[in-house]
Design a protein around this ligand. Structure first.
Ligand code: HEC
Length: 264
């Protein structure tokens, strides 16, 4: 017996394989929901319904030149007022939405055209009766705040580390050669969490880094899929190589190198 403690799935008790299988099933479902969540939160921000690097750029670093008031007036609220009044509000918003212009031009238009619905009584429709509330709609869209990023970062770092600790502890019982490849498959998801979190902040500062958010997320997904599929397959379908069977589930080793002879 040497120091090699690797033990293949097929030599684990059935009960243990049940624990592993059920854990993988539920975590796999969780991963699918996480992807749906990412999609519904970010897709469509750039006006195109699919999820793209532009959506992430807008989510993290904001949209240049657009404010909520402008997009509403160019979109669903377009028909609520005559074109010339719309232009007055759009011009005012585009120039920064100062208090003075609000008092002289904007308030009277909004009082006639908008506050029938936007009087503050419905929490889902912005209140347009006073400058303070209107000015929130003309604030520049800066994307996610650092506060939000820090909060989501710590949740992700803790949460996803748990997930990969569990999944790779299971995957550690799989037979994969060469050994360095197995180690890469174990190490990559942990590195990609760190890379993913870093890429959020980079994208906030330099929107061009949105591709890194997508890349590191994809890397994490691919590692999860490899570990998940390999574990499930080797637990229930795969027949381990003969020499491992002879060694009771451990790898035969001679001088640190795998061997074909029975030398456990
Ligand atoms: C007939 C009712 C009605 C009138 C009048 C109306 N709105 Fe709205 N507005 C809504 C409703 C309902 C929503 C929320 C649903 C939506 O976004 O389509 C909304 C949403 C908005 C939003 C938020 C969009 C977002 O980013 O979520 C803005 C800004 C807005 N309206 C501006 C205006 C302005 C400016 C006027 C006047 C020119 C106006 N509305 C007139 C019903 C109205």
């Amino acid at each position: 017996m040497n120091g090699n403690r690797f033990l293949h799935f097929s030599f684990l008790p059935l009960s243990m394989r049940m624990v592993f299988t059920m854990t993988l099933l539920v975590l796999g479902t969780g991963y699918l929901f996480a992807m749906i969540q990412v999609f519904t939160v970010h897709a469509g921000r750039d006006g195109n319904p699919s999820l793209s690097a532009d959506d992430l750029r807008i989510a993290y670093s904001g949209k240049e030149g657009g404010t909520r008031l402008e997009s509403a007036l160019n979109g669903p609220m377009q028909g609520m007022l005559p074109a010339e009044e719309r232009q007055v509000i759009l011009k005012w918003a585009h120039e920064g939405g100062a208090k003075e212009g609000y008092d002289t031009k904007i308030k009277s238009i909004m009082d006639t055209r908008c506050i029938a619905c936007h009087n503050g009584s419905n929490p889902h429709q912005p209140n347009l009766t006073n400058y303070d509330d209107v000015s929130k709609l003309v604030a520049k869209d800066d994307g996610m705040s650092i506060g939000t990023l820090v909060r989501v970062s710590h949740i992700h770092l803790f949460g996803i580390t748990f997930i990969f600790f569990i999944v790779s502890s299971i995957f550690a019982h799989a037979y994969m050669r060469p050994l360095w490849l197995k180690c890469v498959v174990i190490v990559v998801p942990f590195l990609s969490i760190l890379l993913d979190i870093t890429s959020w902040y980079l994208t906030k500062l330099w929107p061009g880094f949105a591709w890194l958010v997508i890349g590191s997320g994809a890397l994490m997904g691919v590692s999860f899929a490899i570990q998940w599929i390999t574990s499930m397959y080797q637990m229930w379908v795969y027949k381990v190589p003969e020499d491992i069977v002879e060694c009771g589930g451990q790898l035969p080793m001679i001088g640190g190198k795998p061997s074909t002879q029975t030398n456990c």
